[in-house]
Design a protein around this ligand. Structure first.
Ligand code: ADP
Ligand code: MG
Length: 332
């Protein structure tokens, strides 16, 4: 349905979207998840043809957004981060205006507007000026505008931001209802929101895709691993090798604790394995004292935080640089 290929957006020397590629299939709800500034809105603005990319392509139902913008945009309904509302229009006036923009045929226009207003429950408000509506109702008007014309794809940028809990639930239910006939992409910086409504989650950090899976699989990833944190004294590389010999260890990261010759070690282990004794004996046999040891379960929230942590995308590169520095004996 939508294919995004190697999308890049640069603002000066700042890269807001960094080689993003993904596919969106029909009839599912997709969630763009990432902290503020991750590049969600920029990506959505490019997909919907509002801004141009620096590099890369977007095609919607086979239509390239740059080569056939009219055809591509016809498939999409968009609710941007700042809904494009005209405060001095009534709801009905605005809906008619939106219908004209979308070139909805005159003979279908009124019926379709009534239907959509009913669907998002704004019919009672149709003669009110938009400026006199609450934030929740304004958001619904924005949503109505996006749904109008029943486009195949509906893209919603942070649709529940600034709403109260009751309004959030109502908007979520509405979005879930859309699944039957539409493909929906919504963005959010809140994990629980995305896992509550989406069939598939794309986690974005610093303009890069850092994970994409179903919420169930992401949860399994979280449930399937435990973390063990240690402070160990001794030779960094030997500690790494010895710990790597323990079965059940999935991942090892070692950073300086700040004290000379002492290391903060983080071990990720497989599910249902308790490696604490093995770690203790291994380090004791080799005379590397363990100064601290702490084990804990990893939550989905932590995985999200870790994936999107400041510099998480660049962390591996930095480690590699660090190792090169070590080899050259250079100090930074
Ligand atoms: P998100 O929607 O995930 O919060 P955005 O896509 O709005 O993130 O922004 C991504 C990055 O691009 C941010 O660092 C933001 O400051 C920057 N950015 C967005 N729009 C512009 C712009 N018009 N000019 C310069 N920088 C921008
Ligand atoms: Mg945004």
């Amino acid at each position: 349905m939508i294919e995004v290929n190697n999308l890049v957006k640069r603002y000066g020397d700042h890269t807001a979207v960094d080689h993003l590629s993904f596919k969106i299939e029909k009839g599912k709800i997709y969630g763009f998840l990432g902290p503020n500034g991750a590049g969600k809105s920029t990506t959505m603005n490019i997909i919907t043809g509002y801004i141009a990319s620096t590099e890369g392509t977007v095609s919607i139902d086979g239509h390239d957004i740059l080569e056939e913008p009219e055809k591509a945009r016809k498939c999409i309904g968009y609710l941007p981060e700042q809904p494009p509302l005209y405060f001095d229009m009534t709801v009905l006036e605005y809906m008619r205006f939106a219908a004209d923009l979308k070139k909805i045929p005159k003979n279908k226009k009124n019926e379709m507007i009534e239907e959509v207003m009913d669907r998002v429950k704004i019919t009672d408000m149709k003669n009110r000026l938009i400026k006199n509506l609450s934030k929740g109702y304004r958001q619904r008007v924005g949503l109505a505008q996006a749904i109008l014309g029943y486009p195949d794809v509906i893209i919603l940028d942070e649709p529940t931001v600034g709403l109260d809990p009751k309004q959030i639930i109502e908007i979520r239910d509405l979005i879930k209802d859309l699944r039957q006939k539409h493909t929906v992409i919504l963005s959010s910086h809140i994990l629980s929101e995305v896992s509550a409504v989406c069939d598939y989650v794309l986690i974005i950090s610093h303009g890069k895709l850092v994970a994409s899976d179903t919420p169930e699989n992401l949860s399994k990833l979280a449930a399937g691993s435990n973390n063990l944190s240690l402070v160990v004294k001794g030779d960094k590389e030997k500690i790494r090798i010895l710990l790597g010999e323990i079965s059940g260890v999935r991942d090892i990261s070692i950073e300086s604790s700040g004290e000379e010759g002492e290391w903060n070690v983080k071990l990720t282990t497989e599910e249902h394995t308790d490696i604490r004794e093995d770690v203790f004996f291994k380090m004791a046999e080799n005379r590397y004292p363990i100064l601290e040891m702490q084990s804990k379960k990893v939550s989905l929230e932590e995985i999200f935080l870790e994936l999107t942590e400041d510099g998480a995308g660049q962390k591996k590169e930095k480690d590699a640089e660090q190792e090169n520095d070590d080899k050259e004996g250079g100090e930074s």
